[in-house]
Write a protein that binds this ligand. Structure first.
Ligand code: TYD
Ligand code: ZN
Length: 424
């Protein structure tokens, strides 16, 4: 189901040559965070269906380039076979897309050029970019169901497959001259960055930018977002690591933009090494402000364990007082929380979610069912634990949640530290 991964994906530190003989530097990556064996975060399956199983969830830190990555790589066909993730078409997301469209336009010298999106999901972003006047767009996504939706319902031409030299060439033939390749929240899911970057380079014109949006490891550490650590996220990106990686792979890092989405993200803009595009001062500025050491990880690990203990005891106390508790947002993050806290249906009655693909399935590793948001109207639990904290504000403003809160419901956001709304 999984294979150990010992060498740093970005800089190669800890690489072992053939037969396990170490080549280059003899050192190993350092273990910095361990949640033990955990279920796969998006393995939502109906009651009675076979589950994918458990794999170690352990983070290793590279002392050379500061990249963090999991100690194992779960086989992608297992990891993504029950993939129910659909990009949230929320207000928060729309706002982010506006911002991204502006940044792309700037990178294209004020034009709305052509775009290939890697991991285009159901075509939401490309549809948005088209509506903003961007030229030809083409998506590439490995999920057959989502590529189908993009092609038939959203009118976004989408190639069903993994991003490689072949699908890249196919996409390029559809858009013509290529202004940007966009990869939102896919890069840190990818096992072989060499393959990914080679495929990208094979279709880059001199002026093409490769825009990689990733969760920022620094934000995750500072805000103790430990619940974004799960098997799909094989790496936790730093700017230092990306710069070294880009330079190893005939690219250069030309610009860094920070976003607030998903708890803190980076847009890392790469250009082919040969391009004349100058390096923006943002690269140095953000690099200078990035200091991630073993101590940073130690502090994070201690705080994360404390957060887990806090939510566990909060829910236990509520249950002992006869209160009914449920979750909101069957995110991958919810799986990490629920399993780290050891919750079962006795603790959380259900997790509400608006993704129909997840309804009536069980939260991975537990017997807690996922039910449609609307259920909140009838069930009226006393507490809701928000596992989609990246959308907390928006969720609290939903008429359904507002009404439930007006009737006495309490909304609990566990990150960065547990907060109850309205305050008791
Ligand atoms: P998200 O944070 O996008 O992803 P991840 O799985 O990577 O942690 O997940 C948010 C979940 O919350 C998603 O399953 C959709 C759900 N959701 C609702 O049910 N209602 C809402 O109003 C919003 C904004 C999200
Ligand atoms: Zn490294």
């Amino acid at each position: 189901m999984f294979t150990p991964h010992q060498a740093c994906r970005a800089c190669g530190f800890g690489f072992r040559g053939p037969g396990g003989i170490k080549a280059g530097t003899p050192d190993n990556l350092t273990e910095v965070f361990d949640l033990g064996l955990q279920p796969l975060a998006n393995d939502f399956v109906p009651d009675g269906a076979e589950r994918s199983g458990y794999a170690p969830l352990k983070v290793m830190h590279c002392p050379r380039c500061t990249l963090a990555q999991l100690s194992v790589t779960v086989r992608p066909d297992i990891l993504y076979r029950h993939y129910n993730y659909v990009t949230s078409s929320s207000e928060t997301m729309k706002h982010h897309f506006e911002r991204l469209a502006d940044d792309l336009r700037l990178l294209m010298g004020g034009h709305t050029g052509t775009v290939i999106e890697v991991g285009s999901n159901d075509g939401l972003l490309l549809q948005f970019l088209s509506s903003k006047g961007f030229g030809n767009v083409c998506g590439i996504d490995p999920a057959e169901n989502l590529a189908h939706v993009a092609n038939t319902e959203k009118g976004v031409q989408t190639i069903n497959g993994l991003f490689d030299v072949k699908t890249a060439a196919e996409a390029k033939s559809m858009v013509g001259t290529l202004d940007a390749i966009v990869a939102r929240h896919v890069f840190c899911h990818v096992d072989s960055w060499e393959q990914f970057l080679n495929a990208a380079l094979s279709v880059c014109d001199d002026h093409t930018v490769l825009c990689i949006e990733v969760p920022y490891c620094k934000d995750m550490l500072e805000k103790v977002e430990f619940d974004t650590i799960y098997h799909e996220h094989t790496s936790y990106m730093t700017i230092r690591a990306m710069k070294i990686l880009a330079e190893r792979m005939a690219f250069k890092l030309v610009k860094v933009i920070r976003y607030q989405i998903h708890g803190g993200a980076l847009l890392l803009v790469l250009a082919p090494e040969r391009s004349l595009r100058p390096v923006d001062p943002s690269v140095k500025e953000f690099l200078d402000a990035e200091e991630i050491t073993l101590d940073t990880w130690k502090e994070f690990s201690a705080k994360a364990k404390k957060q887990i203990a806090t939510l566990r005891s909060f829910v236990q106390t509520a249950r002992q007082n006869g209160k009914r508790v449920a979750g909101f947002g069957a995110s991958a993050k919810s799986t990490v929380w629920i399993n780290a806290c050891g919750f079962t249906r006795k603790d959380l009655e259900t997790v509400y979610d608006n993704t129909s693909l997840k309804w009536w399935k069980l939260s991975p590793g537990t017997d807690i069912p996922v039910t449609p948001e609307g259920g909140l109207y009838v069930d009226s639990p006393d507490y809701l634990i928000c596992f989609a904290w990246n959308f907390a504000q928006e969720i609290m403003e939903k008429p359904l949640v507002k009404k439930w809160m007006a009737e006495g419901g309490k909304f609990v956001v566990p990150v960065p530290e547990l907060k109850v709304y309205p305050a008791p």
